[in-house]
Design a protein around this ligand. Structure first.
Ligand SMILES: [Zn+2]
Length: 83
């Protein structure tokens, strides 16, 4: 499977949470490999407040809550799929 192109304005949805790319920065990792640091913006599942989370890629580990509600497990939260 190829990695989908991530650019500004790209939208990914994961279990009902819409993430929009608001920033993409080139980033050199500690091992010297180049990757991209992507800032995603989404609405908190608990309160609806927009928050931003920064990750190298889009993963199911993306935060689904704002800082205030971080770590809260909502009833609708699905079980994580492991590869
Ligand atoms: Zn919240």
């Amino acid at each position: 499977m190829t990695t989908p192109v991530i650019r500004l304005g790209s939208i990914r949805t994961y279990f009902g949470v819409r993430y929009t790319v608001v920033d993409v920065q080139p980033h050199t990792r500690r091992d010297g490999r180049l990757c991209r640091l992507v800032t995603w913006r989404a609405a908190c599942r608990a309160c609806g407040q927009p928050f931003e989370t920064r990750r190298g890629v889009f993963t199911h580990r993306l935060t689904q809550n704002c800082r205030l509600h971080l770590g809260q497990r909502l009833p609708a939260a699905p079980t994580e799929q492991q590869r």
